[in-house]
Design a binder for this molecule. Structure first.
Ligand code: AMP
Length: 213
C-alpha cells in the first residue's frame, strides 16, 4: 500500500493529476478542497462557516479541515458492505470493487502544523506517507491556467484578486511544508509546466519505482 501526498500551487494541476493517479492505481483520492466545497454545496453548518473564508482564498481552520480529512480516511463508502466492521483498507480485493490500494491526498497539508498533524493521524492508523509529489509550475503559467479555468469552473475563488492571494499564501505557508518533507527524503519534485499526460507519465514513473521495489 502506498500513501501519497500531492502538492502544487493553485493551477499546478494537482487535482487533475490526483484523479488520474487514483484511477490508475485504485487509490482512495481525498481532496480537502473538494470535501470543503461539498460542505458548502450541502449548506451544512461547516459549509456555512467556511464559505466566506474560501471565497477570500484564505485557509480554513485546522479543526474543520482535520476532522473532514480524518472522516474521509476512515470512510467505509468504498467498502462493498457499508455496515461491515471490517477495515476498508484491509479487505481482500477479490470480487470486491473499489478497494483503495492506498490513498492520494490533495490539498493537505498546507502548513507545517498540518504536516505534523498528518504524520500523527497516519501513525494512529499504523500507516505512513511514502511519497510526497510536488508539481512545479512557473508562476506566469499558473496565473494563465487559473484564468483559463475561471472561465469554465465557476469557482467563486477563481477571481483575479483571490488568485493572487492564494498564490501568495501558497508561497508563504505551503513552501515551508516542502522544506519539512525534503528533510525526510520522501519529496520528489516533478516538472508540471507541460502537457497533463507528460506530467502524469513522470509521476507514474516515480510511483512504479516504489511499487516494484
Ligand atoms: P483547493 O481545491 O485545494 O485549491 O482548496 C480550495 C480552498 O479550500 C482553499 O483556498 C482553502 O480555502 C480551502 N482548503 C483546502 N484545503 C485546505 C487545507 N488543508 N487547510 C486549510 N484550508 C484548505
Amino acid at each position: 500500500m502506498i500513501n501519497i501526498v500531492i502538492f502544487g500551487a493553485p493551477g499546478a494541476g494537482k487535482g487533475t493529476q490526483a484523479n488520474l493517479l487514483a484511477e490508475r492505481y485504485d487509490f482512495l483520492h481525498i481532496s480537502t478542497g473538494d470535501l470543503l466545497r461539498q460542505e458548502v454545496r450541502m449548506q451544512t453548518t461547516v459549509g456555512q462557516r467556511v464559505k466566506a473564508i474560501m471565497d477570500r482564498g484564505d485557509l480554513v481552520g485546522d479543526d474543520i479541515v482535520v476532522s473532514l480529512l480524518d472522516r474521509a480516511l476512515r470512510q467505509r463508502s468504498t467498502h462493498p458492505d457499508p455496515d461491515s466492521q471490517e477495515d476498508p483498507w484491509d479487505v481482500e480485493r477479490k470480487g470486491k470493487p473499489h478497494r483503495p490500494e492506498g490513498c492520494i491526498i490533495d490539498g493537505f497539508p498546507r502548513t507545517v502544523q498540518q504536516a505534523q498533524t498528518l504524520e500523527f493521524i497516519f501513525n494512529k492508523l499504523n500507516r505512513k506517507i511514502n511519497l510526497i509529489v510536488a508539481i512545479d509550475v512557473p508562476r506566469d503559467e499558473l496565473v494563465r491556467r487559473i484564468h483559463e479555468r475561471a472561465t469554465i469552473s465557476g469557482r467563486s475563488d477563481d477571481t483575479e484578486e483571490v488568485i493572487r492571494h492564494r498564490l501568495d499564501l501558497y508561497d508563504e505557508q505551503t513552501q515551508p511544508v516542502l522544506d519539512y518533507y525534503r528533510v525526510s527524503g520522501r519529496l520528489t519534485t516533478i516538472d508540471g509546466s507541460g502537457e497533463i499526460s507528460g506530467t502524469n507519465g513522470r509521476i507514474c514513473q516515480v510511483i512504479d519505482s516504489l511499487i516494484v521495489r
